[in-house]
Design a binder for this molecule. Structure first.
Ligand SMILES: [Zn+2]
Length: 300
């Protein structure tokens, strides 16, 4: 997967303290606290200093602004564990300088949005917090999963502080809600009309197509067992080919008399509903028939 960076970033100061590129795909998220109320600029200045030998991928200031110091394609030097840093996106969140290292609501809310954004761009649909070091480090995330790890598992530190540590279950839960609601957020991405057809395409891949075709002077006179039929010409091709055979519903309206429709499956395709037979129990001549089509299927 190609790496990208968050569009939420408002300040960039790339740090020399990094390993280029990371050697593992992103399947961990590691949240830290700065143990001091620093702005994204102050954090960037600190990480810009080679002697500090420290960095993070992102930082969130007390005002909720987001800074970037190491691109997602690269490994930040953040969690005192090279293997973790190669797998994780490390995020520093500005906190108080004392226990329990509380963060502002603005920073916390932005953290939820930033983690969701990181997951979406990296194909992660499920964020997991086990709350247990051994279980987490022995767990191999499946495709589409990421696990949360914490700095205190790798070094004798309070990081990310109890304030954020105790909220890890809530962070995972809120991020997963955002991830699932965005995939269920189906919406119309294209509408149009051409010739007899109107259509609507949905982001989920569903397409609807509807229209009508007029047939004048139809004679239902061809014998078929005890009934009579006539073949109605196929309508125009759909404005696009369906990816799979769509579901076609045809109803007929006639000026007098009546008839029922049967689909001719030999002419049914992904491009066209094919022709129909109009059938009746008795011979009828010269009726005008409107064929109404309602088609639903997948455009991708
Ligand atoms: Zn840390």
């Amino acid at each position: 997967m190609a790496y990208s960076n968050s569009p939420l970033v408002g300040y960039t100061q790339i740090s020399p303290n990094k390993t280029v590129p990371r050697n593992n795909k992103i399947d961990r998220i590691t949240i830290h606290c700065t143990a001091g109320k620093v702005s994204v600029e102050a954090l960037g200045a600190m990480f810009h200093e080679p002697s500090k030998k420290a960095s993070s991928n992102y930082g969130i200031g007390p005002d909720g602004r987001v800074g970037m110091y190491v691109e997602e394609k690269d490994r930040a030097w953040c969690s005192s564990n090279g293997s973790n840093d190669h797998r994780a996106v490390n995020i520093e969140v500005a906190s108080e300088a004392y226990h329990p290292y509380a963060v502002t609501d603005a920073a916390y809310e932005k953290l939820i949005v930033l983690v969701s954004d990181i997951c979406k761009r990296n194909g992660i649909t499920k964020l997991i917090w086990f709350g247990d070091k051994d279980r987490t480090l022995n767990y191999e995330p499946k495709n589409g999963e990421a696990v949360m790890t914490v700095h205190r598992w790798f070094d004798s530190k309070a990081c990310p502080g109890d304030y954020l540590y105790n909220r890890h279950p809530e962070i995972a839960s809120r991020v997963n809600t955002l991830l699932s609601s965005s995939t269920n957020d189906d919406k119309v991405i294209e509408t149009g009309s051409a010739g007899m057809w109107s259509w609507r395409k949905w982001s989920s891949g569903v397409a609807e197509c509807w229209g009508r075709k007029q047939h004048n002077g139809v004679n239902i006179v061809k014998p078929w067992g005890n009934v009579y039929f006539q073949v109605l010409d196929a309508p125009d091709n759909y404005p696009f080919a369906f990816a799979e055979y769509p579901s076609v519903n045809v109803t007929l309206q006639a000026t007098h008399g009546n008839g029922w429709a049967l689909n001719n499956y030999s002419t049914y395709s992904k491009n066209n509903p094919g022709n129909q037979y109009i059938c009746n129990a008795v011979e009828i001549r010269g009726i005008d028939v409107t064929a109404n089509y309602s088609v639903i299927g997948r455009w991708k």
